[in-house]
Design a protein around this ligand. Structure first.
Ligand code: TXA
Ligand code: MG
Length: 349
């Protein structure tokens, strides 16, 4: 029924003339979303692969395109705080407090879902993840289509997240009709995920909104143990956000590289790191040591190093607090550690 209504709805609008995959045409993005085809959308964190939350086929296409396992639920993107109530119920007051403080922005709230929310979005859970992204184009798109958008990051499952329209096109030029180009993502790493259990606030995934920032609003929060066997948020899986090239982390990347003479090594460094040795290709995430800039550049620099045919990438470990902790979280999941090789975690790839 939903499908028929959608088709009737778009039958009145002409097929968009724009032929290019990467486009700024909201009309084209609207047309395909209403038709039931996934569309890549910009957000301030990373690009998302979006579909109408009420169209089961469209949502299932996201899982197919990404090769994402069905047990990994999607985030619902809304265009206002009020729209939380379209998808969730029994919303705790503290969720409103957080939304008012951080939305639109890189914060996802895990709430009790409404019965209208499809099981394929929540992977059968009773909760739904909701966020209002801080990107003008996408907020306008959600208003135009008239339904919230289910969207995971627009990368094949387990790979580096995309922070530009070109990154998405590199992954999915065959599978998609539209990559809506909203420029480079301002924040650069995925949203912070917060849930509520038995009156406690739980942090499921670190992001540019740090644990400290959440705590300044709601008091002490619990960071879910990242080593537990059945992670609540598979963004917490080991080996995620990963380049094809082997990557390791080190407090002293140059020293580590010098110990491995002969290898074709790329360095992912941070701050005023002195690099007297021109044998190595180095990408600096922020020469000024600005962690926000480093987060913004993280995936773009990883994409670049990954295309250089290197044998190894050595990433510098960040000071382990605030956003540095969130960046370390992503780096360590992108790394090839003993844990990745030997993990018996059923969620590991
Ligand atoms: O910044 C972001 O969050 C980006 C942009 C596109 O909004 N999206 C993103 O989506 O990172 P994705 O699918 O790559 O990560 C969503 C995470 C997954 O780890 C998933 O397990 C978790 O959110 N999640 C979704 N629904 C959940 C739920 N009901 N309970 C716990 N975790 C949930
Ligand atoms: Mg992702």
């Amino acid at each position: 029924m939903e499908k028929i209504l959608n088709l009737l709805n778009i039958a009145n609008t002409a097929i968009p003339k724009e032929k290019k995959l990467i486009t700024t045409s909201l009309a084209k993005a609207t047309w395909y979303l209403k038709k039931g085809d996934p569309v890549a959308i910009p957000t301030e964190t990373v690009y998302g692969l979006a579909a109408n939350i009420y169209n089961e086929n469209a949502v299932k296409k996201i899982f197919e395109i990404k090769k994402r396992p069905a047990f990994n639920p999607l985030i619902v993107h809304v265009a206002s705080i009020d729209s939380m109530e379209e998808v969730a119920e029994n919303i705790p007051p503290i969720a409103y407090t957080l939304a008012e403080k951080f939305w639109p922005g890189p914060l996802t709230l895990i709430l009790e879902k409404k019965s209208t929310i499809l099981d394929c979005i929540t992977a059968g859970k009773k909760t739904v993840a909701v966020r209002m992204p801080n990107h003008k184009m996408t907020l306008e798109l959600i208003k135009r289509v008239g339904f919230p958008l289910a969207a995971p990051s627009a990368n094949p499952f387990g790979s580096i997240s995309p922070t530009s329209a070109q990154h998405v096109a590199n992954y999915f030029k065959k599978e998609l009709n539209v990559v809506l180009d909203g420029g480079e993502c301002e924040k650069g790493i995925e949203s912070t995920i917060v849930g509520f259990e038995n009156g406690k606030v739980i942090l499921y995934r670190l992001g540019v909104i740090s644990k400290e920032m959440i705590e300044s609003v709601v008091g002490e929060v619990e960071l879910l143990n990242v080593d537990e066997n059945q992670p609540k948020a598979p963004g917490m899986l080991h080996k995620h956000y990963a380049p094809k090239t082997k990557m390791i982390m080190s407090e002293q990347p140059l020293k580590r590289a010098n110990e491995m003479l002969g290898s074709k090594i790329g360095l992912l460094i941070f701050g005023n790191e002195n690099l007297p040795d021109s044998r190595y290709i180095a990408k600096n995430l922020s020469e000024n040591g600005d962690v926000f800039e480093a987060a913004k550049n993280l995936y773009a620099h990883m994409h670049q190093l990954d295309e250089m045919g290197l044998e190894l990438i050595i990433a510098q470990k960040f000071p382990d607090s605030g956003i540095g902790k969130s960046i370390n979280d992503r780096l360590s999941r992108a790394c090839w550690s003993e844990m990745n090789y030997t993990s018996t975690n059923i969620f590991s790839e």
